[in-house]
Design a protein around this ligand. Structure first.
Ligand code: SF4
Ligand code: SF4
Length: 340
């Protein structure tokens, strides 16, 4: 069993996470537990973790579980809930995500996504599966949202885990001030770095932010000596055209030649119901999955540019039998509240 030494009074740094996913095989080597931090400065049109966008806990309502008893409406101290023909409606201007309504709901139809926790608590929780990490060559991955939007929380938790001999990976968009980024790289064993678009205007339109900082941090990572993987999301209509695939591939070949691995991750639309539960429009509504032929074209362009990409993600099932089901990982969803 790993020992997490937190010192007198423990580590008081706190942060917000929305999920802990155990037995993950896609967030780094071996068997891993992935902690998802809440809050992200990017707004990628294809984001598959919309719960990770806001830095605050949020209330969601599960229509399929609701039995229409109305208990929740009476319990809310802020009168944030109403019942309409379509079901329970949350007034998000009034809701404080206090969880009172979720506490009285007899059907578990209301849930606060996101929880304020301490670095101590998180490190101890993540260390629970240390025997699996050791036997499989795995460890812990920090993902999001964007971990570097909560840098002190990430640094404190990663430090505790590494002091206990646990391998730590950081999954990041690279969008953070370079001094913060450098410290974050130093604090882990492996970086999973996302690269999406090279053209700055297209990057801004698709993600809401400029990519200058991201490309600068990509170069800093390459020069750091820290092991890293690059991950490229292959999104139909956004990143999958030949011009961008070539530009991303050439950037990696030229500027990040030390990448241990380059994953080309096909778009999936499994998150659409998560957007609905958060009352957010899904920007890619109705968009189909990538076809096998499109993925083959993308991989061929990357190979021409000198990469050896590893394909992953979901493909539309076609005559050639393409397609891969998403991994069935065990999620410990984190309901609202504060753990010290
Ligand atoms: S989480 Fe709290 S504030 Fe929000 S609707 Fe429920 S009881 Fe009201
Ligand atoms: S308390 Fe739960 S089951 Fe009852 S109306 Fe509210 S959400 Fe539905």
């Amino acid at each position: 069993m790993a020992t997490i030494v937190t010192g007198e009074g423990g580590n008081a740094v706190k942060g917000v996470i929305f999920n802990i996913q155990t037995f993950s095989t896609e967030d780094g080597p071996g068997l891993r537990t992935t902690a998802f931090f809440k809050g992200c400065p990017l707004r990628c049109a294809w984001c598959h973790n919309p719960e990770g966008l806001s830095p605050k806990p949020q209330l969601i309502w599960h229509a399929a579980r609701c039995i229409g008893c109305g208990e929740c409406l009476l319990s809310c101290p802020n009168s944030a809930l109403t019942r309409r023909p379509e079901g329970v409606v949350i007034d998000r201007r009034k809701c404080r995500a206090c969880g009172t309504c979720a506490g009285v709901c007899p059907a578990a139809a209301l849930e606060v996504v996101g929880r304020v926790i301490s670095a101590d608590w998180l490190a101890a929780e993540l260390a629970r599966d240390v025997e699996f990490y050791r036997s499989s060559g795995g460890g812990v991955t920090f993902s999001g949202g964007e971990c570097l939007a909560q840098p002190e929380f990430y640094l404190a938790t990663a430090g505790l885990l590494r002091a206990a001999g646990i391998h730590v990976a950081l999954d990041t968009s690279g969008f953070a001030p370079s001094p913060v980024f450098d410290r974050a790289v130093e604090a882990c064993d492996l970086v999973l770095f996302d690269l999406k678009l090279i053209d700055p205007d297209r990057h801004r339109r698709a993600t809401g932010v400029d990519n200058r900082l991201i490309l600068e941090n990509a170069r800093r990572l390459a020069a750091s000596g820290r092991p890293f993987w690059v991950r490229f999301p292959v999104i139909p209509g956004y990143t999958d055209d030949d011009e961008n695939v070539r530009a991303v591939s050439e950037f990696i070949s030229r500027e990040m030649p030390g990448a241990e691995r380059v994953d080309f991750l096909a778009y999936n639309n499994l998150c659409e119901s998560d957007y609905q539960r958060l009352d957010m429009p899904y920007p890619l509504a109705g968009r189909g999955l990538l076809s096998r032929a499109d993925m083959d074209r993308v991989l061929a362009v990357a190979r021409e540019a000198g990469l050896d990409p590893v394909p992953g993600g979901a493909l539309a099932v076609d005559a050639s039998g393409g397609g891969r089901p998403p991994s069935a990982a065990d999620d410990r969803k984190l309901n609202g509240g504060t753990l010290q």
